[in-house]
Design a protein around this ligand. Structure first.
Ligand SMILES: Cc1cc2nc3c(=O)[nH]c(=O)nc-3n(C[C@H](O)[C@H](O)[C@H](O)COP(=O)(O)O)c2cc1C
Length: 358
């Protein structure tokens, strides 16, 4: 067994390495998750707001490929009424030039509003199938649901982007907290929709979260190699969650256009925008996100906004390729080899640093 300086996360989850492959709705899948879990990390499947049936199928598909622990990730959404009246008209007017430029017809006439998730039916599926780990993004469901899942033997983790969110998660009963820095690819795990313009970097956030809570802290954001893992552990993290680093694995469902961007990525390609989904997410810049991010016009809520923006993504007027600021450090390796490489690099780096100290 490798000699990690902090074994709280590996002990909690029964891992060889304190490395979590981030759930990435659309890019993760059961094969990727199982490959990571079989290699001694924690594989995750990002199911966002998928149907309970799809979640059941994913759990079954991962179990068919591994006996090790794995993580099922779901979005928490408080729900929102549809945008109507003059607000809807103003939003449709703001989109019109982009629809024209893309050669699209009319902007959709109505907003369907956002559903509350996870649904009661989803919780029943989780209670019945008992995935070893469930992680939530955008906060936590109510305490009674968390308590029922934990009583069924499932370990619960969730993301914090601030110290206050970390304290709220601990009070809500989580077993571990992902501290997600501003560098991170994908949606900010903020518990309420936030403006896209500001956030705390991992170097500042992780030690402050470590000081504020007792449960193990998992650092996320900008970690793509062993140096990043060693740094996270130096900050007091018990483990790491990496998304961008796994996007180039052959097992990932990363689309070809997304892969092509990753091969030539730089640290300044991306921006945090809420203009595509309705919640802040780090994605590659496009003319649309540059023009619409931070604009003072009310939008339909996450995820109903996709109904309006996805036609623009499909025509290339907008894009929504999610990745983080450390993308140039990511490598094209099979998932198992990547987990092993990351672990070896981190252990060597930590060994070298302690050697120098001594
Ligand atoms: C393509 C992509 C999709 C993501 N989707 C999800 C998701 O569905 N659920 C979730 O909790 N986090 C999601 N994330 C965020 C990750 O959990 C994690 O915070 C982030 O990847 C860490 O930063 P890094 O990309 O620099 O490693 C996603 C990240 C990426 C890059």
């Amino acid at each position: 067994m490798p000699n990690w300086p902090d074994t709280r996360l590996v002990d909690l989850l029964g891992l060889r390495h304190p490395i979590i492959q981030a759930p990435m709705a659309g890019a993760s899948n059961p094969s990727l998750a199982a490959a990571v879990s079989n290699a001694g990390g924690l594989g995750s499947e990002g199911l966002g707001e998928a149907t309970p049936q799809r979640v059941a199928e994913a759990i079954e598909a991962i179990r068919a490929r591994t006996n090790a622990a794995f993580n099922i990730n779901l979005f928490v959404n408080p729900g929102a009424p549809p945008l109507v009246g003059h607000k809807l008209r103003a939003w449709r007017d703001a989109l019109m030039p982009h629809y024209r430029a893309a050669g699209l017809g009319d902007v959709p006439a109505a907003d369907r509003g956002a559903p509350v998730t996870p649904s009661a039916e989803m919780i029943e599926v989780l209670l019945q199938l008992r995935p070893p780990v469930v992680s939530f993004h955008f906060g936590l469901p109510e305490a009674a649901i968390v308590a029922r899942l934990k009583a069924a033997g499932t370990i619960i983790i969730s993301t914090a982007t601030t110290v206050a969110e970390a304290i709220a998660l601990e009070a809500g009963g989580v077993d571990g907290i992902i501290a997600q820095g501003w560098e991170a690819g994908g949606h900010r795990g903020s518990h309420r929709p936030t403006k896209p313009g500001d956030g705390v970097g991992a170097l500042a956030l992780v030690p402050q979260v470590v000081d504020a809570v007792r449960v193990p802290v998992i650092a996320a954001g900008g970690i793509c190699d062993g140096r990043g893992i060693a740094a996270a552990m130096a900050l007091g993290a018990a483990g790491v969650q990496l998304g961008t680093a796994f996007l180039r694995c052959p097992e990932a469902s990363t689309e070809p256009a997304h892969r092509a961007l990753l091969e030539t990525a730089t640290e300044i390609d991306t921006m945090v925008t809420d203009a595509i989904s309705g919640r802040a997410a780090r994605a590659v810049r496009s003319a649309f996100t540059e023009a619409m991010t931070g604009r003072d016009v009310a939008k339909p809520a996450f995820p109903a906004l996709y109904d309006f923006t996805w036609p623009l993504v499909e025509t290339g007027e907008a894009s929504f390729h999610l990745y983080g600021q450390a993308a140039p450090l990511a490598r094209t390796l099979p998932a198992a080899e990547l987990v092993e490489t990351l672990a070896q690099e981190a252990l060597e780096r930590m060994g070298a640093l302690s050697g120098r100290r001594g």
